[in-house]
Design a protein around this ligand. Structure first.
Ligand SMILES: [Zn+2]
Length: 329
């Protein structure tokens, strides 16, 4: 039976998990409404990725760990990140990848879990010209509500009726097992229930599949283990032809101004911060060395670009707005 989420819980989800949701400009009439939140990027000779905007949340400076406040302030001072009393503006993005004739959605946004102003993935998918029925697979980076809640429709049923949901074996075991609640801080324990609620209708329909790092996934996708933020956190590497590859990472970077330059800085809610730092260092080094395209769930929308070495750390190089080349996907 679908479980509906009471309004009060939705509000507390937004307030407790990532801070208060910012008000939606969409409520203010046509002259205040932002353009639709999608962006297409052609990569290599065979791949197209469409970034889908879900909304923004404020992440507090105080949740940056492993770096002194003065160093954090110095990094932030010259980057002009929008900031409210609740924290630094942080985007939530999902990505629809068209590859090998399949439509693969990586993460699905917040749906109703974070309250007003968020949950825009479904509308932006439609605005980009896709129907929910068109999605063949949903690859989840991990089972937190800002990535997972969007697999449910407003009625609690599967939002993507023809899709198979894919989740790392260890990630599923963690959220279904007895350790999920005790390892989650008391104030955040409701996210365990949110994960189970979102997965349930796919499990009941036989459309939840698990994998281990290195397993072959649909569309020639390779799963790269990147644990730490959660135990089974996974990033996805996808071949694009012409020697190009796209890495879609989930929560490898939360504070782009801080964590590219200083990868040892971590995010307080990471389940295992040392492991998260090691995963971030490894993926940043690989992405910079190999020249991979990167798509990041919490990078400024559309969150597409490259990583380059800079000083003792790295820098983010956002993609340049480009037309789609004619005659190819
Ligand atoms: Zn996240």
């Amino acid at each position: 039976m679908p479980v509906s989420l009471p309004t009060a819980l939705r509000r507390s989800a937004a307030a407790l998990f990532t801070g208060l949701a910012l008000a939606a400009a969409a409520q203010d009439g046509p002259h205040r409404q932002q353009v639709p939140g999608y962006y297409h990027q052609a990569i290599g000779s065979t791949l197209r990725v469409t970034a889908l905007f879900d909304g923004v949340v404020p992440l507090p400076r105080a949740q940056i760990k492993g770096l002194g406040a003065a160093q954090v302030d110095a990094l932030l001072k010259r980057r002009y990140v929008p900031e409210s009393p609740q924290g630094l503006q942080t985007s939530i993005n999902a990505y629809l990848v068209q590859v090998e004739g399949r439509r693969v959605l990586v993460d699905a946004g917040t749906a109703d879990c974070f309250g007003p102003g968020l949950g825009q993935v479904a509308a932006n998918l439609k605005a980009a010209g896709f129907r929910p029925e068109d999605v063949d697979d949903v690859l989840l980076t991990h089972a937190h509500p800002d990535h997972l809640c969007g697999v449910l429709g407003a009625d609690g049923a599967r939002a993507f009726p023809n899709a198979t949901l894919w989740l790392d074996d260890a990630e599923l075991a963690y959220w279904e097992g007895p350790e999920a609640e005790p390892r989650t801080p008391q104030a955040l324990r409701f996210i365990v229930g949110l994960a189970r609620r979102a997965l349930a209708p796919y499990q009941a329909a036989g459309r939840l599949r698990t994998f281990r790092p290195g397993d072959a996934l649909p569309g020639g996708v390779r799963a790269l283990a990147s644990p730490g933020h959660t135990p089974g956190h996974t990033s996805y590497l996808i071949g694009a032809g012409d020697g190009q590859q796209l890495l879609v990472w989930g929560d490898v970077v939360h504070y782009h101004v801080v964590q590219f330059a200083r990868p040892a800085a971590s995010y307080e809610p990471d389940v295992d911060r040392a492991q998260a730092v090691a995963s971030r260092r490894r993926l940043l080094a690989q992405a910079a060395r190999e020249g991979w395209w990167v798509a990041g769930a919490h990078l400024p929308f559309p969150g597409l670009g490259h990583v380059r070495p800079e000083g003792q750390g790295y820098a983010w190089v956002p993609a340049e707005f480009s037309p789609l080349p004619p005659g190819r996907p």
